[in-house]
Design a protein around this ligand. Structure first.
Ligand code: FE2
Ligand code: FE2
Length: 166
């Protein structure tokens, strides 16, 4: 077996998050449609736009390392999104739907934050400064999205989920 190094790990993890981002892009409009709170709906719509830009940044990173942009099945995101689908089904038309959707979205953001955090650090070690800057830009967006979702939970969603009338 050939030796595998950090370059391989970086490339494989890039494929993982590329796959994940494209899955997320497909899932966000569904989540926006399902959301009852206008704030949450708007947050999902905004993040869909951002996700398109994040996919373009990943394509630039592939280009920097001289590889074609290709995804590799990411079981983690499949599982997180499947849980989100389950919530949409099981909590449809209930006051708790938005709280569940929001929690599912934050699980997605946290997965992305861990991946981009790792990739950025590896890019620095591999002396890929431009790649590190691109990955950091997305990392900041994901962190901001996570914070925005927390404030929507606190102001618009969680209290609503307590009420018995939808
Ligand atoms: Fe993303
Ligand atoms: Fe995200």
């Amino acid at each position: 077996m050939a030796d595998k190094t950090l370059d391989n790990l970086f490339h494989d993890t890039l494929k993982d998050i590329y796959y994940a981002e494209r899955k997320i892009l497909k899932s966000l409009p569904k989540m926006a449609r399902a959301a009852q709170s206008p704030e949450l709906k708007a947050a999902f719509e905004k993040h869909k736009e951002q996700t398109e830009g994040q996919i373009e940044r990943l394509q630039q990173v592939f280009e920097i390392i001289g590889k074609a942009p290709r995804g590799k099945t990411c079981d983690a995101i499949e599982g997180i999104l499947a849980e989100g689908d389950e919530i949409m089904e099981e909590y449809k038309d209930t006051p708790a739907l938005d709280a569940g959707l929001l929690a599912a979205a934050q699980a997605v953001e946290h997965y992305e934050i861990t991946r981009y955090g790792t990739l950025k650090r590896w890019a620095l070690v591999l002396n890929l400064k431009d790649a590190a800057a691109l990955l950091d830009e997305t990392l900041q967006e994901e962190s901001q999205t996570d914070e925005d979702l927390t404030s929507i939970a606190d102001t618009a969603v969680n209290a609503e989920a307590l009420s018995s009338a939808a």
